[in-house]
Design a protein around this ligand. Structure first.
Ligand SMILES: [Zn+2]
Length: 287
């Protein structure tokens, strides 16, 4: 009897192990990742790289991601609000923010149009992971009332009551109707599907609850979608980011992403990196 039970339990254990390996392999095999941009922002590079290139006005991409995982479609950031499109910035952001950030966004560069372009609809989106709640990253959260919104609890609190010195970049009307959405309120890292393929990483510093996303792709390798934790390659090389809630935490998060990048032999994808964005493909997916 004992022997038979042993045999059965060994068989079950092997079966469970196989199914874990199999499900992880399936997930990794079939993840598709699209990198797109919510138009561009035109501002002083010194805002991104402290004491470097101050006064240099450039056009920066505003990266966002559509990730098709076997267990659901997710977004990493939703870009600038649709109302900012086609030169209509002032009626939504107001004169001060529009002249500071100078957004140039066509309506067809808003996240819902990108989803349509790749054959999805806003209702297909199961999770919205928002790096942080600044105006160029959380602008279209309210387009996804049915999705689960994945955010750090610290960021949610900061967005509704930002520090005075950080207030300008939070546009309350981007999310004032999103108070009763379904939130996955995190306090640190989180493996979204439990298979290690999409992992939210605590990278506070740029804001109080900033988070990045690690995505494991079969052919492309492991990507670290940095959000504003690493704006540009200069930040990766050690230049302090221009705008931060906490510079010390910000530099610690950059180091954390670099260490993870090295241990996973992956790469860091910036939120506002001009050259890197230009080198990437945007009309199809990475897998
Ligand atoms: Zn940004």
């Amino acid at each position: 009897m004992f022997k038979r039970n042993m045999k059965t339990s060994i068989f079950v254990t092997v079966l469970i192990l196989c199914s874990f390996v199999w499900s992880a392999a399936i997930a990794k095999d079939s993840i598709k990742l699209y990198q797109v941009s919510s138009g561009v922002l035109k501002f002083d590079k010194g805002w991104l790289t402290a004491m470097r290139d101050v006064g240099k006005i450039l056009e920066f991409p505003v990266a966002m991601y559509i990730i098709d995982h076997p267990r659901g479609l997710l977004l990493y950031d939703t870009g600038m609000n649709a109302a900012v499109s086609d030169g209509k910035c002032e009626s939504y952001w107001g004169k001060g923010l529009c002249s500071a950030f100078m957004p140039i966004q066509r309506r067809d560069e808003v996240i819902d149009k990108w989803l349509e372009k790749f054959g999805y609809s806003v209702d297909d989106v199961k999770y919205v992971v928002t790096s942080h709640m600044h105006l160029d990253h959380a602008g279209n959260m309210e387009m996804f009332p049915k999705a689960v919104h994945v955010l750090q609890k610290a960021e949610l609190k900061a967005a509704w009551w930002p520090e005075k010195f950080q207030r300008a970049a939070f546009v309350l009307k981007d999310y004032d109707n999103a108070r009763d959405f379904n939130y996955l309120q995190l306090d640190g890292d989180f493996d979204l599907f439990g298979d290690g393929s999409v992992v939210v990483l605590d990278t506070k510093g740029h804001t109080q609850g900033h988070q990045s996303l690690m995505v494991k792709l079969k052919n492309t390798g492991t990507l670290f979608l940095a959000g504003d934790a690493v704006y540009t390659p200069e930040n990766e090389a050690g230049v302090i980011p221009g705008i931060t809630w906490n510079t010390y935490e910000s530099m610690k998060s950059i180091d954390r992403l670099k260490m993870l990048r090295d241990s996973h032999q992956g790469s860091i994808w910036y939120s506002h990196g001009i050259d890197q964005y230009a080198e990437h493909k945007h009309d199809t997916y990475y897998d």
